[in-house]
Structures are given as structure tokens and as C-alpha cells.
Design a protein around this ligand. Structure first.
Ligand code: SR1
Ligand code: MG
Length: 399
């Protein structure tokens, strides 16, 4: 019999007192529910001095932003906690620390990150975090290399693939990224003025085949333990610090999916900035975003290469030149998945603050149009974009 019950604020305080790992648990007195994501309850737990000390997160048995008509597995809490624990082992400086989790209650207790801000909100305000792009690239290299066949023994890798089977959460991605934006679907949420642009996606056979190929690789290529949803809303930043959170979509998939999602959210912000800022500031902000894209990719690839030289355990994969050849495929995948993130966040269900914050409607429509067009360009160009400078040139050409 499952012990699951939905937590009240008082339950969250009692739970944090018991499992928060604090030396003074009786000091915890109140909880505030701050969850603003699509799926879960998130409580900040405060002490008597009104300092927030730990976070309690609970999965609901349905999609929060839709309601009980869309049931969703509670097992995602286990998958999230285990993904974060695994990523923390390989990159503690850039992964939130999970203090405790309970699969039955679908709850975990995490370190408090009140000194940090969600990166998306900061990008919308164009507040600079000069280290964030390289830190995110480093996080991706550390976590993805150490959970890949370069590093894990083949038996362990197969055990890990089994431990992280995540069919329901993957299905959400499979539908939201690769199906719904390209068919007429009730989840889609683009402005009516863009009907023709969206219809053009549906009727572009070359694009539909490229998207099918990306989806097929998402189904079939168990390359490493992905975060699975590493957009700018899943990243906390502070001066010189970055922490990934929210890994309930974690599973073994193609490395380029995580890298492309991260790059895609920088480019969504790039497309939105003309609607968010005055022209001169927007132009400077956009240059910074392009630099962030370059820095993130280079930090990822340099760290992954260094790890491959130092720590590859498989004899065949260690052969000089193989890691570079593999990273070229990851590059092409990253560009393609980046394009799908641009389209699913503008045409599809999961709209983002970067666009929603634009108050001038005509401008908002133009920024969204630009993101759709850039997304399409990147999906089609992915197999032909040689390197990061060629990608930046394509982005500039696109407007
Ligand atoms: C129904 S869940 C919609 C989206 O929210 C999550 O944050 C993921 O990005 C997912 O695609
Ligand atoms: Mg999330």
C-alpha cells in the first residue's frame, strides 16, 4: 500500500525537520510553497530567524499546470533524485545537493539556493553572469562523459541504462519536441498571426524528415545520463556560481540533446532581446548571447576532450582521434536539437518568460517568428554546420 499523500506546508516543515540534515531542526518553523514550474510542489523551509534553510520538493501524481486530467508517474521523483545524485558525484560544484529522498512519498530535500537566481529571469533582465556559460559547458562535459561508454564499464553502463528507464517523462519530450509543433495539436500555443509560419513547418518534408531523425536518435541512442531538461529555468546562477536543478527528465539519451537544449535557450533569449530592451542594449545583449553560445560549446568540448584523453577506459574508444570524431557527431546533434528547442518553446505547449515578458504584441510576434525561422534553419543545417564559428555566421545571416 503506497504511503503517498500530497504535502501541506506543515507536512513539509515536519519532513524537513526529520530529514533536512540540520544540526538545529527544531528551529524550522514555516514553509512557503514557491513552485512555479509545470509539474511539482516546491516548499522553501524557513527557521525562526526567517532564513530559508532547505527546500522540500514533491512530485504530484499529475501535471500541475494542466491538472488531474493529465496523470503523471510519481516515479519521476526517484529518477530526478537519482539523476541529481549521479551528476553531483561527477560535478558537485554545479549540481544541487540532494540531502534526502523518499520514493514512496515522491519527495526530496535539497540544499537551499536562495543566494542564487533562476538564470532565465536574469537573462530576461539581461543581467550578466560572466562565468555561467563556461560553467554550464563544464557541467555538461563532467556529467555526460562520466556516465558514457567512454568511462563506465560496459556491464555498469547497461545496469545504469536500466536504472534510469524513464518512459513517461521521455514520452512528454517525444511529443512536445518532435510531434506537436509539426502537426495541428491542441497543446500548441503560438500567436494567430504566425499561422502561416507554423503551417509551413508542417508542410516542409525535408524538415519533417530531419525532425524524425532527431526523434529517432532521442529514442535509440543511450549515450549518457542526460539531465533531460537543461533549459535556463533549470539553472540557478549567482556571482561565480551555477547549479543545475530539476532533473526529472533524466534518462540515457543522446548527449547532443542536453547540449542543444542549453544552447537553444540562449538563442531563444537572443531572439527575444529586441522585444525586451531598447535597441542599443538589445544589440549588445545579443552579441553577449552569441558569445555565451560559443563559450558554452567550447567549454563543453574542451573538457570532454580532456576527460577522454585522461580517463577513457574502453580500449577501442581510447584510440586517438575517436573522441574527436564522436564529438563532431555530438556537435551536429546539438545544432539539430537546439533547433527543435527553439520551435517547441514558441509553437508548442511550453512557452517561456523570454517571449511572454515582451509587452508590445507586434514585437513579441516578430521575436517569436524569428525564433521559429532560426529553429528551422538550424534543424536543416545541422549536418552541414562545420563548427561553432560557422554556426554563429548562420545565426547572424538569419537576422
Ligand atoms: C507537461 S511538462 C512541459 C514542460 O515542462 C518541463 O519543464 C519540461 O520542459 C516539459 O517539456
Ligand atoms: Mg523542470
Amino acid at each position: 500500500m503506497s504511503q503517498y499523500r500530497t504535502f501541506t506546508a506543515d507536512d513539509a516543515v515536519a519532513y524537513a525537520q526529520q530529514f533536512g540534515g540540520l544540526a538545529d531542526p527544531a528551529e524550522l518553523v514555516r514553509a512557503e510553497e514557491i513552485g512555479d514550474g509545470n509539474l511539482n510542489l516546491v516548499f522553501k523551509i524557513y527557521d525562526r530567524a526567517d532564513r530559508s534553510r532547505v527546500v522540500v520538493k514533491q512530485a504530484l501524481p499529475y501535471v500541475r499546470c494542466v491538472g488531474e486530467s493529465w496523470p503523471l508517474t510519481l516515479d519521476r521523483a526517484r529518477l530526478e533524485a537519482q539523476t541529481l545524485v549521479e551528476h553531483y558525484r561527477h560535478c558537485p560544484q554545479h549540481t544541487v545537493n540532494v540531502i534526502h529522498y523518499d520514493a514512496e512519498l515522491a519527495v526530496m530535500v535539497m540544499e537551499d539556493l536562495s543566494s542564487h537566481q533562476i538564470w532565465r529571469g536574469e537573462l530576461v533582465k539581461n543581467i550578466p553572469y560572466p562565468q555561467a556559460a563556461s560553467q554550464l559547458g563544464y557541467y555538461l562535459a563532467q556529467t555526460l562523459f562520466h556516465t558514457s561508454d567512454f568511462y563506465l564499464h560496459p556491464h555498469k553502463k547497461k545496469e545504469e541504462v536500466a536504472r534510469f528507464i524513464n518512459p513517461q517523462m521521455c514520452e512528454i519530450t517525444e511529443d512536445l519536441f518532435f510531434n506537436e509543433p509539426y502537426i495541428g495539436h491542441e497543446h500548441n500555443a503560438y500567436p494567430a498571426q504566425l499561422e502561416e509560419d507554423v503551417l509551413a513547418l508542417r508542410h516542409d518534408d525535408e524538415l519533417r524528415i530531419a525532425v524524425a531523425s532527431l526523434k529517432h536518435r532521442f529514442f535509440a541512442h543511450a549515450e549518457a545520463l542526460l539531465h533531460g531538461d537543461i533549459h535556463s529555468g533549470s539553472v540557478f546562477v549567482a556571482e561565480n556560481s551555477l547549479k543545475a536543478i530539476d532533473a526529472e527528465f533524466g534518462y540515457f539519451g543522446p548527449i547532443g540533446f542536453d547540449v542543444g537544449t542549453a544552447l537553444g535557450n540562449l538563442l531563444l533569449n537572443y531572439c527575444a532581446l529586441p522585444g525586451l530592451l531598447a535597441p542599443r542594449e538589445a544589440a549588445a545583449g545579443r552579441e553577449q548571447r552569441l558569445l555565451d553560445v560559443k563559450v558554452l560549446w567550447l567549454a563543453f568540448v574542451e573538457r570532454f576532450q580532456a576527460l577522454a584523453v585522461e580517463k577513457t577506459r574502453d580500449v577501442a574508444l581510447a584510440f586517438p582521434g575517436y573522441a574527436s570524431a564522436f564529438l563532431h557527431k555530438v556537435w551536429q546533434d546539438s545544432v539539430g536539437y537546439c533547433g527543435t528547442e527553439l520551435i517547441r518553446r514558441t509553437v508548442g505547449m511550453s512557452q517561456i518568460a523570454d517571449m511572454k515578458t515582451i509587452s508590445d504584441e507586434a514585437m513579441r510576434v516578430e521575436c517569436i517568428r524569428h525564433a521559429i525561422s532560426l529553429g528551422k534553419t538550424l534543424i536543416l543545417a545541422a549536418p552541414h554546420v562545420e563548427d561553432i564559428d560557422a554556426l554563429l555566421a548562420r545565426i547572424r545571416q538569419n537576422g
